[in-house]
Design a protein around this ligand. Structure first.
Ligand code: ADP
Ligand code: MG
Length: 451
């Protein structure tokens, strides 16, 4: 391969990964890579230091190789080599004679995001224990150490960890809180190794009062980091300093977690956060809307919350979408508008709703029997709910009118069309009926979340 061509290929690989990776990851790990040399079947890439090399090997090697083979149509070997004599990083320059003055701690504390506090954390059945345990830690009344919070993505783990740090600082601004993601820990350690400033690094994390580490599961499989981390853990623990961790897995399930570290992490209190129920989702959305000064009715919040999604971050994204749309069109956020704007997200859910589900909820709602809805009875008390169930089936499932008719007592498709029209007519005339029906519709939508 010609040198020029190889360089072009490597630039393309980078451009492609820029699209595929989170920009933070790209900037940190892929951008610094430099092409060094090439042979017919291999590329050699320079990395800043040994830790970087391990990290790339563990996390990005497969991506790099995949993209490389997509671009060249061949299997090309990738080799990493450590760059010699690169400039000292900003870390060592900044911290060369840093000692452990108070400024060191303000740097530590600066990792905290003041936006996330206990006062804007909504408590529900799903997160009650984790909330109470965090609060006790922040109030320094906790008897356990460490606190280990675990749960799925977007359920509020980081929020709680920030809240602990913020509360500790608000009570005592001299309290030395270190908040860090395990990625940041790994990153700093990596720099410390390459800059031979390991003793500073150790000292920094061993002279604090409370250590909060976010996403500790990230450390799995990283041997050197675990070893280093274990020292820090032990030093703090023995000095009776407090530690709290978040993770998306319990220690036992973190792949490649060293046994000693695992038993340390398992030595305190476990508090899980479960996916939120409908009510908690509505409360959180309302809280977010209030914070961001977004006009959101409870009905519209209920509609957004009815999506089969427990990741609050994703729900917040839907809210942001509504807000953008509302600003653009100068239209208030209503259920109708939300249905229009978010309808595409609901599309997949439509398929999951069954006529049986609709019949069950409609029957319960109007206090009639499912068998009555399927029967030929003509009394209005039964006929009206039946028409409603047909209307909802048309709206919420992707079945044809023939299929819907079959499922509701074996009726003709024209009966379904007639019912649909009739209900739509009523909806236009009668606002009370419209409100009741929207309640039933929400109930059907949210029942999908629970199944
Ligand atoms: P995780 O760390 O579990 O992935 P985060 O703590 O980053 O999740 O939460 C994602 C978003 O959801 C944040 O904006 C957070 O404020 C919000 N959030 C999650 N749970 C709650 C809650 N109970 N009350 C208020 N906001 C919440
Ligand atoms: Mg998090």
């Amino acid at each position: 391969m010609g040198v020029f061509w190889v360089k072009k290929v490597f630039d393309q690989v980078r451009a492609e990964l820029k699209k595929q990776l989170e920009s933070r990851d790209f900037e940190r790990w892929i951008k610094p890579l430099e092409l060094q040399s090439s042979t017919k079947n291999a590329l050699t890439v320079q990395v800043p230091n040994i830790f970087f090399k391990t990290w790339i090997n563990d996390n990005y090697d497969a991506d790099l190789k995949r993209v490389l083979s997509e671009i060249t149509g061949r299997n090309i070997e990738l080799l990493y080599t450590i760059k010699k004599g690169g400039p000292a990083s900003s870390f060592s320059r900044l911290n060369a004679n840093y000692g452990l003055e108070p400024s060191a701690f303000s740097e530590l504390n600066s990792g905290l995001n003041g936006k996330y506090t206990f006062s804007n954390f909504v408590v529900g059945g799903c997160n009650q224990l984790a909330h109470a345990a965090s609060l006790a830690l922040a109030n320094r009344t906790a008897s356990y150490n460490p606190l280990f919070i675990y749960g799925g993505s977007g359920l509020g783990k980081t929020h709680l960890l920030y809240a602990i740090g913020n509360m500790l600082l608000s009570q005592d601004s001299g309290h030395r809180v270190a908040f860090l993601s395990s990625e940041k820990f790994l990153n700093e350690m990596n720099e410390a190794i390459s800059n031979e400033s390991m003793s500073y690094f150790r000292q920094k994390y061993r002279n604090i009062d409370t250590l909060l580490v976010d996403d500790i599961h990230f450390i799995g499989g990283k041997e050197r980091a675990q070893e280093e981390f274990l020292y820090t853990f032990n030093a703090l623990y023995e000095a009776d300093k407090r530690l709290a961790f978040t993770s998306d897995k319990i220690p036992k399930q973190i792949p490649g977690l060293e046994k000693r570290l695992r038993s340390r992490l398992e030595g305190g209190l476990f508090a899980d956060i479960a996916p939120p129920d409908q009510e908690t989702k509505i409360n959180i959305l309302s809280e977010k809307a209030k914070e961001k000064k977004i006009g959101l009715s409870e009905e519209a919040a209920a509609y957004v919350a009815s999506h089969n999604e427990s990741n609050i971050r994703v729900l917040e994204g839907l809210l942001a979408r509504l807000k953008a749309f509302s600003d653009l069109k100068k239209e208030p956020i209503t259920v109708k508008m939300a249905q229009r704007v978010l309808g595409q997200f609901l599309e997949t859910e439509k398929k999951q709703i069954t006529v049986d589900q609709i019949l069950r909820l409609t029957a319960g709602f109007f206090n009639v029997k499912i068998s009555d809805l399927k029967s030929g009875k003509k009394q209005r008390a039964v006929a009206a709910p039946r028409q409603v169930s047909m209307y909802l089936s048309r709206k919420l499932t992707s079945l044809s009118t023939i299929e819907i008719g079959q499922r509701i007592g074996g009726r003709d498709h024209s009966t379904v069309i007639h019912a649909d029209k009739k209900v739509k007519g009523l909806l236009k005339q009668d606002r009370v009926f419209a409100r009741i029906l929207s309640e039933l519709e929400q109930a059907v939508l949210s029942s999908v979340n629970k199944t």
